[in-house]
Ligand binder design. Structure first.
Ligand code: 5GP
Length: 217
């Protein structure tokens, strides 16, 4: 099994309503070597969300204790709730030989970059303001003050897009998913992701050279 450092960490961030969660779901369906990083959160579950699948739902005391123990690769407070990626997520991906997709906010994305410099950061952009407003308004779950708060957050988050490695516009879902898959596949060919193979090849070549009768200089 390849070591943890060889796994690709694919960070997806976006303003709410850009379609990031749908893209993440499609990526997981399209690529069997990908695993979803299940975050910890102190936010209560929404209808249909399952503990251990969508999130690990924990109370604030548990979250803070784990944070103090340094168990999170990154963490952030979003709309008054704490969210974090537990280090066991990357370990589990390595054991399974899979790469990890992290659906996290921009504060978290930039922490991942510092902790894991080879992480690939993808920011999903909505195609237009109209679409962003429509997607947010059409959700029906939030309105009024909450909608305004989310739009203000979206404006702040958009300012971080240029610090990401890639900006994918989600105008057409299939195209956007295709672009992220291309990014993932090219990340898998980086030297960081090929260390074991490279070392094995070099060792085998050394051994072969020692035992062969190819004349030296
Ligand atoms: P929601 O509560 O709507 O599921 O998520 C709110 C925001 O928190 C989203 O932008 C989501 O990507 C982000 N988020 C979810 N998990 C994490 C995490 O582990 N770390 C960080 N930094 N953000 C997260």
């Amino acid at each position: 099994m390849s070591p943890e450092a060889e796994r690709v960490l694919l960070v997806l961030s976006a303003p709410t309503g850009a379609g990031k969660t749908t893209i993440a779901r499609r990526l997981l369906e399209a690529d069997g070597a990908l695993r979803f990083s299940v975050s910890h959160t102190t936010r209560p579950p929404r209808p249909g969300e399952r503990d251990g699948v969508d999130y690990h739902f924990v109370d604030r005391a548990v979250f803070e204790r784990r944070r103090e123990l340094g168990e999170f690769l990154e963490w952030a407070e979003v709309h008054g709730n704490l969210y974090g990626t537990h280090r066991s997520e990357t370990r589990r991906a390595a054991v399974e030989g899979r790469d990890l997709v992290l659906d996290i906010d921009v504060q978290g994305g930039l922490q991942v970059r510092r902790a894991w410099p080879s992480a690939v950061l993808v920011f999903i952009l909505p195609p237009s303001l109209e679409v962003l407003l429509e997607r947010l308004g059409a959700r029906g779950r939030e309105a009024g003050f909450d909608l305004r708060r989310r739009l203000e957050t979206a404006a702040r988050e958009l300012a971080f897009a240029q610090q990401y490695d890639y900006n994918v516009v989600n105008e057409d879902l299939a195209v956007a998913v295709g672009e992220v898959l291309c990014i993932l596949r090219s990340a898998r060919t980086r030297p960081e992701a090929r260390g074991v193979r490279r070392r094995q090849l070099a060792d085998a070549l050394e051994t072969w050279l020692r035992s062969s009768d190819v004349p030296g200089e």
